[in-house]
Write a protein that binds this ligand. Sequence first.
Ligand SMILES: [Zn+2]
Length: 270
Amino acid sequence: MIYPIQTGTVRVKQFQLTGAKNNLSRLYQLLLTKRWGEWMPIYSWLIESEGQLILVDMGETARIYEEGYLPSGGPYHKAVQTKIKKEEEIPTQLKTLGYKPEDICTVILTHLHGDHIGGLEYFQNAHIYVSHAEYEVATSKKGPKAGYFKKNWPDWFAPQLIQYDDRAEGRFRQSYRLPDHENIIIVPTPGHSVGHQSVIYREGGSSYFIGGDLTYNLDTLKAEIPNVLMFNQDAQDSVRKALDYVRSHSCVFLSSHDWSAPNMLKANGE
Ligand SMILES: [Zn+2]
């Protein structure tokens, strides 16, 4: 089984959903206009597999309203806005499904942006996976400028860093298979962030492609519009590989910010 868990909403500039002619146009729309897109959900995904609970991403935190948690100025607030109430954080959402954070044994993080690791403080006992490349950049000097705020992480956070092996999965030349869960495959989908990764989950006759922030929704996937601020060839390649995989394996495509994702799950019998 796989369940969507919504923790608040987010919006970005419209061009991130529709694409743009070139980087100059992107920069103009990012910094000088207020052309925001619609508010979108922030989803994490709870997978029940082999009697274990596996979480993909951790959603947003209401700590964003604490002074100093997010940068006070600069381009950050021109690029992204998020809203969440304390009671929308992940522990409350898990409770409605009958679980508590301690029940989660494994967490796979698509990447380390704030709206995907907001619930970090609740998962000290879980085995947490992040790609090696993502952790490197997030903990480097460049981190804060690239939208990573290590100062907000708990001291104990020392995730297992994934090194992919050469087992191909569709057009993805490398992958990582979760120990004891052959039906959960992690593939590198860099672009939105340097070490962004996606999760493929198989159950019965169904396949799910959990794309994180690879692209915003099924329509932008089909239009091959990656979720990026500036044009990025890696992101373009990742979206094409994902689209090819989703089509050839008839996957349900689950983006972190797609309102229609829960309906796609329901239509698939979840
Ligand atoms: Zn992101």
